[in-house]
Design a protein around this ligand. Structure first.
Ligand SMILES: [Fe+2]
Length: 248
């Protein structure tokens, strides 16, 4: 059976409109995803091209240089949509080198991400539970979960609604592709809206917050504030050309 069909069937059996039925069920999907190869999703040629890719020697990585003679931003990220139902969504983000998926969250969602090819840098955070902050404070404290490079082939990462790095950002070091399964999918009407965040300096917080946080261990804590996504963050919906999931 094609790997994509296996993944689809396992998702159908393991997920509900509120997420995985159990940790074991989630593990079943993760185990199949671990074996996913570029050829299973029609990305073999892209994977070979990524292996041959070399950074530009002046280190500008496609961004505008002082001379201004290069393109200002990296080419847009492509999203290849494969499936969406009320239980889960499946898609692939194809990222050109130096492109960035900015810091964003997955409220109430479990996410499996498999790097299909390439190398990327991932940084992720989880919210820290603290007593309610004054309304004047737009930022919330979060703790760093991951700050590392991932190079394919590597195992699937899983993030959960409140742990595992639910708020994350990716920066492509080489051309790369991430196969993503979200359960349940984003749905604004069900309160699962994608928000973007930026880090704000601790010293910019209102003075009264120090008293609110007395007794809370703030080691390694950063403050994140909701922000509109950067202007140059563009995701184009591309045509998925790999084997299709035959729905039954
Ligand atoms: Fe994400």
């Amino acid at each position: 059976m094609p790997v994509l069909k296996k993944i689809y069937n396992a998702c159908k059996d393991s997920f509900t409109p509120t997420g995985p039925i159990s940790e074991e069920a989630l593990e079943k999907v993760r185990a199949i995803l671990d074996d996913l190869k570029p050829a299973n999703v029609g990305l073999e040629q892209d994977s070979v091209a990524a292996q041959k890719w070399k950074p530009i020697s002046n280190g500008s990585n496609g961004r505008k240089g002082r001379s201004g003679n290069q393109q200002q931003y990296p080419p847009p990220i492509k999203y290849l949509h494969i499936h969406e139902c009320e239980k889960f969504s499946i898609g692939i983000f194809c990222m050109p080198p130096a492109s960035i998926i900015p810091l964003h969250n997955h409220p109430g969602m479990t996410v499996l991400s498999k790097l299909v090819y390439g190398t990327l840098h991932v940084k992720s955070y989880d919210w820290v539970d603290i007593p309610e902050l004054p309304e004047s404070c737009r930022a919330r404290p979060a703790k760093l979960v991951r700050d590392c490079e991932m190079r394919a082939p590597c195992s699937t990462t899983v993030l959960y609604p409140t742990k595992g790095g639910n708020i994350h950002c990716f920066m492509a070091i080489t051309p790369c592709a991430i196969f993503d399964i979200l359960t349940p999918p984003y749905s604004s009407e069900d309160g699962r809206h994608c928000s973007y965040f930026r880090r704000v300096p601790n010293k910019g917080l209102p003075d009264d917050i120090g008293q609110q946080l007395e007794g809370v261990n703030l080691d390694g804590i950063v403050w994140l504030e909701e922000t509109p996504p950067p202007e140059n963050f563009v995701v184009l919906r591309g045509q998925y050309k790999g084997p299709l999931v035959k729905k039954s």
